[in-house]
Design a protein. Structure first.
Length: 129
């Protein structure tokens, strides 16, 4: 378990996936925020800056690509790593966004946890933590 000081924002319009991911991350010791679309995610980030954003790609209101664009445009958010999740072929998404990590839905829980940890550790090193 990790100390509950690391915060992960999970963004997905499918309530079942959102709740399952939140429960899983909490069991691993992370503090978890949730949002059902990109606009809600930005509202959450205005209140609390997460250490990592785990976002679905295709959502109503504000989708994954638009959310990422808004994060990158905001100097107070652009340092936050973002992991994308999608049911579409993530290999194509990786070619379009080579700096991002993607998980193909459905994904292996161990692979998810490994990628979450890797992203958080990399961000800590970049920020000098």
């Amino acid at each position: 378990m990790v100390p509950a000081t690391e915060t992960v924002l999970v963004v997905d319009d499918e309530q079942g996936i959102l709740e399952a991911l939140a429960d899983l991350l909490r069991e691993e010791g992370y503090r978890v925020l949730t949002a059902s679309h990109g606009r809600e995610a930005l509202e959450r980030m205005a209140e609390v800056k997460p250490d990592l954003v785990l976002t679905d790609w295709m959502m109503p209101v504000l989708d994954g690509p638009a959310l990422i664009e808004r994060i990158l445009q905001d100097p107070t958010l652009r340092h936050i790593p973002v992991l994308g999740m999608s049911a579409v072929d993530v290999n194509g998404l990786k070619r379009l966004h080579p700096a991002m990590e993607f998980l193909q839905k459905p994904f292996d829980i161990r692979a998810l946890m490994k990628l979450v940890r890797k992203s958080l550790d990399a961000n800590t090193r970049v920020r000098g933590g």
